[in-house]
Ligand binder design. Structure first.
Ligand code: UT7
Length: 315
């Protein structure tokens, strides 16, 4: 397939590091050098499904495609207010599409997993036009009393429209179960029969373990694809990496021995928006002309699971 349109929608509320230090034992002096984050956008009066639909509509407009021409909608989401129906079904109704819908939860690597599903459906002859929407509100998963995690995240939605083409050169997906490193637990409705103990636990993270995994997984996935495609790191014009931490991005850059200019970032202004991170960055780079048609780009993401994935494509 090939991506022919991108879109994104971001909550209006901006929370700076200084604002966090008003109620948390933290500071810009700690957060910025350790993460690269200056501020993040946080959901206040918006609903995630509205941001998701808005990102989808912008991507369709950018692609010059009507919602009724879509054959499939894939939505990547970890959590939102609806347990059911799926977010993809809500988006479908909001944008006026009629095609089948599917939600996936692949944490921060959701965009790459969604691309692989779209490409597989296309290769099976099942679809021609696919909408991918990644919509996330990780700020509703963290405890805002826990400085270890809440400072890292921001909310938003990113979308891409794909149609027939052979621009996707290779995709690598990986998973390695490590449920104690990055997780959140919520209790379900009680029943008269539940005897086990249950408790809700806000997002917990062993930061240094996740950091090491992120660098290892991302460099491994990218290297695998480069080798498989007979390419060198220098053959890729831009690397669009999951925006979790500028130090992770720099470590991957150093491994690949490529210049700064090849690694556009927005972690400074968005923080980590889980699976929405890659398509939001892709949309920004598309609209401001950082990536140009015909270029080779690589995307790579990693997150809870542990799950990771990378793709190399012609833009
Ligand atoms: O999508 C994937 C999701 N997650 C990630 O990619 C995160 C990966 N990990 C990281 O980005 C980094 O590990 C962090 C940014 C989370 C933490 O950076 P670090 O350099 O690994 O710091 P640390 O965890 O070793 O903590 C150092 C100190 C600790 O204090 P002590 O024990 O040395 O006294 C923390 O309690 O920094 C303290 N600390 C903070 N201090 C001020 C932790 N968070 C904060 C904070 N403000 N927000």
């Amino acid at each position: 397939m090939k991506i022919i349109g991108t879109g994104s929608a971001i909550p209006k509320k901006i929370v700076t590091n200084d604002m966090l230090s008003e109620f948390l034992d933290t500071s810009d002096a700690w957060i910025y050098p350790r993460t690269g984050i200056k501020h993040r956008h946080v959901i206040s009066d918006e609903k995630l499904e509205d941001l998701a639909a808005s990102a989808a509509e912008k991507a369709l407009e950018n692609a010059g495609m009507k919602a009724e021409d879509l054959d499939f909608i894939i939505c990547s989401n970890v959590v939102n207010e609806y347990v059911t129906p799926s977010l993809s079904c809500i988006i479908q109704g909001a944008i006026g599409a009629t095609c089948p819908c599917l939600d996936i939860n692949c944490a921060c690597a959701g965009f790459i997993y969604a691309l692989d599903i779209a490409e597989s459906f296309y290769k099976a002859g099942r679809v021609k036009n696919v909408l991918i929407v990644c919509a996330e509100e990780p700020t509703r998963m963290t405890s805002w009393k826990d400085r270890n995690v809440c400072v890292l995240f921001g909310d938003g939605a990113g979308a891409a429209v794909l149609t027939e083409g052979d621009n996707i050169k290779g995709i690598k997906l990986s998973a390695a179960s490590a449920t104690d490193k990055l997780y959140q637990i919520r209790t379900l409705e009680p029943t008269p029969y539940i005897t086990k103990e249950e408790e809700s636990i806000s997002l917990q993270m062993k930061g240094q373990d996740v950091f090491k995994f992120a660098v290892k997984a991302s460099t491994g996935d990218i290297k695998y694809l480069l080798d498989k495609l007979g390419m060198a790191a220098g053959d890729v014009d831009h690397y669009l990496l999951h925006q979790a931490n500028i130090r992770i991005i720099r470590s991957i850059k150093d491994f690949l021995e490529q210049p700064d200019e090849k690694f556009p970032t927005n972690v400074e202004t968005h923080g980590n928006s889980s699976s929405a991170s890659c398509p939001i960055l892709l949309d920004e780079c598309n609209r401001n002309g950082i990536i140009k048609r015909g270029e080779t780009i690589a995307l790579s993401a990693f997150g809870a699971g542990f799950i990771s994935g990378a793709v190399i494509m012609e833009w």
